[in-house]
Design a protein around this ligand. Structure first.
Ligand SMILES: [Zn+2]
Ligand SMILES: [Zn+2]
Length: 360
């Protein structure tokens, strides 16, 4: 099969012929139909996060089951599925307390078993149990969820990471309630999903913050009630002005130190800032210590605190009922070979999402 291989930071991915193993145990092999280019992959390509090479990145995909291992009971060939990197074991303390997204015993092939992916006879590292920049994927069944055949798989792919992360941050991590005031820093794929999550939650005021006018316009189309251009205005002052003292919930969806600090500064006493973005390893964020006396809170967020086997079919339903708008979030469709161009366009702020399509 063809796959895009990551050889190290600052090097373009290369399209190569890669071998994929047959499923064993609880594994499922799927044919990738659509694979979204998520910003998190770019963090590895840009060297902000390390990952051993060679590897196949990509973690936002939907496709069709081709073959299943002998212990798989939940899936059969022909099933339409979304993959999720929150692969869980089902028996660690996190899983047993309902926080499967934090599972710390993710099932993987042991070192005695042949590698799932090989290139020129040598193993290729699988990224977060998925490796979605490839024509086929070999995934543990606890990393897949079945969706209705009538759900378009390119839009389903977005639910695989960005949508689940953004919507879930609002509904699961922060639990925004109807009427609440919300600010979202960053109107890329995850930020737009958070804005939609806030709209679905019934938030009263949803303030989008970005430095690109076209992104703010899209944010307003998808549910933001107000927009703040951080290239012109101080977002903290603007948010305090709009809300009369600060929002109840702020979300950082870029992965920038400054935006994380501003997200905390712009909440009112008793408010909560949720950091969704991937802040580069080793970077510190600085907060005004005295404001903790006013019960201001800041918290992290992993993949929208998902229980994806429950959440993803719900988001499909939201899409089909017109609540969650995904058509508008796909800025571009491309082929596997367009992956490097998709990274460039994302970095330049040109696109919310490029989706790579694998149909013949
Ligand atoms: Zn992602
Ligand atoms: Zn677990």
């Amino acid at each position: 099969m063809k796959a895009a291989i990551f050889h190290g930071a600052h090097t373009p991915l290369s399209i190569e012929d890669v071998e994929i193993a047959d499923p064993i145990g609880h594994e499922v092999r799927m044919r990738t139909v659509a694979s979204g280019v998520c910003h998190s992959d770019l963090h590895f390509v840009d060297g902000f996060y390390p990952f051993p090479t060679p590897a196949i990145l990509g973690h936002e995909a939907a496709g069709i089951v081709e073959a299943v291992g002998p212990h798989v009971t939940e899936f059969k060939p022909g099933d339409h599925v979304i993959a999720c990197l929150s692969i869980f074991c089902g028996h660690c303390s996190y899983c047993l307390t309902g926080r499967t997204h934090l599972c710390n015993a993710r099932p993987e092939r042991d070192s005695q078993t042949p590698a799932k992916l090989t290139w020129k006879g040598a193993p290729v590292n699988q990224f977060v149990g998925l490796s979605a920049y490839a024509e086929q994927m070999l995934v543990h069944e606890n990393g897949l969820v079945k969706v209705h055949d009538n759900m378009p798989l390119d839009r389903a792919a977005l639910i695989g990471c960005g949508v689940t992360t953004g919507v879930g941050a609002v509904l699961n991590t922060a639990r925004v309630e109807p009427g609440a005031t919300v600010a979202v820093f960053g109107a890329g794929g995850v930020g737009l999903a958070a804005i939609q999550g806030a709209r679905i939650a019934g938030a009263g005021m949803i303030i989008a913050v970005d430095v690109f006018a076209h992104k703010l316009a899209q944010a307003q189309e998808l549910g933001a009630t107000h927009a703040v251009d951080a290239s012109k205005d101080d977002p903290v002052k603007a948010i305090r002005r709009l809300t009369g003292g600060g929002v109840e919930y702020a979300f950082e969806a870029i992965g920038l130190k400054k935006a994380a600090e501003q997200a905390f500064e712009c909440i009112r006493p008793g408010g909560t800032a949720t950091i969704i973005g991937m802040i580069p390893v080793g970077q510190k964020i600085e907060l005004e210590g005295s404001t903790f006396l006013r019960e201001k809170r800041i918290q992290g967020c992993t993949m929208g605190s998902n229980r994806f086997k429950i959440d993803m079919p719900k988001y499909v339903d939201f899409y089909q009922r017109g609540l969650l708008r995904l058509d508008e979030m796909i800025s571009k469709r491309g082929r596997l070979g367009d992956v490097n161009e998709a990274f460039r366009a994302m970095k330049a702020g040109e696109v919310a999402r490029t989706v790579l399509m694998f149909d013949a």
